[in-house]
Design a protein. Sequence first.
Length: 327
Amino acid sequence: MTGSVASVCGPLLAGALLGTAPGWLGWRAIFLAEAALALIVMGLAAKRLAADHAAVRGTSRPAETASVAAIILCLVAPLSLGPAFGWPVPVLLLLAAALPCAAIFVGLTACAGTAALVPPALLHAPSFRWTLAFLLLAVSPPPGFFVVLSLALQSGLDLSPLHTGLVTAGLPAGVVAGSWAAGRLAAAPLARVAIGTLLLCASFALIQAMLPGLSPVRLWPLRVGMLVAGAAMGLTVTSVMQLGMSELRKRLAGAGAGAIQTMQQVSMAASIALSLAGYGQALEARPGLEAACVMMWLQIGGTGTAALLALALLCRRILTDRKAEAC
């Protein structure tokens, strides 16, 4: 819920910052502000949080962290650089380097056993494995759509950064409402994941249909669509998290939550990189809003696949329960 509230303020503060920053600074003002906030948070964490004594005893924890960081770099950076520079050999080599980095991480994890950064026992829970799939398919697409839509509104409709933030604020506001509603639905996490992904896919399809007809004086359909998509996203994200934690033992809860959050952030970064790459390619043949419509097939395809997967798992669980009752 805290993250959802922060995401509501983010677009508005970013738009206000861009409006007041010097012209030569441009978008770099946001990155500088984020870097300063990150340093403040790191300093407060080092001062306030208790030391992880398990990590102090384990010698492989720094190496595991470094290998994970290397994997993320080797996967995400090529997705951003490759389409922009025509996939040169160095970018392909960087992408291929993810495999040896992953092998190193697997080896370190096996040596660390239960003290590993990501304990292998996490993958023994089926719900946790499916959660990783839902994170990749359903949770990661919306941020890429959010970034591209912000660019399309500014380039296609000549909206200011602050006006764009006001128009798109419905998405994070809806996330707050969806997260609140998720805990109050009398349904199992998997059923809520199915409902959320279906609503998310449908809302993306509706937004895609309305984008070509938008104008600076007719933005209310997009505001409504963003609010609905945000509510579906809040329901989906909260339910996916609950699904991933539902079968984990208490001693694995911390590691499981950390692994889910890391996977979510990596998937979101990859989604933004892929969406920007697709948007850039589409801009070569279409204007801004039409290019955003083409890019949205990535989001519709991902959330639609997640919805079909959730429905298939839900049907299988229902059939299994009925067979157990019959016996």
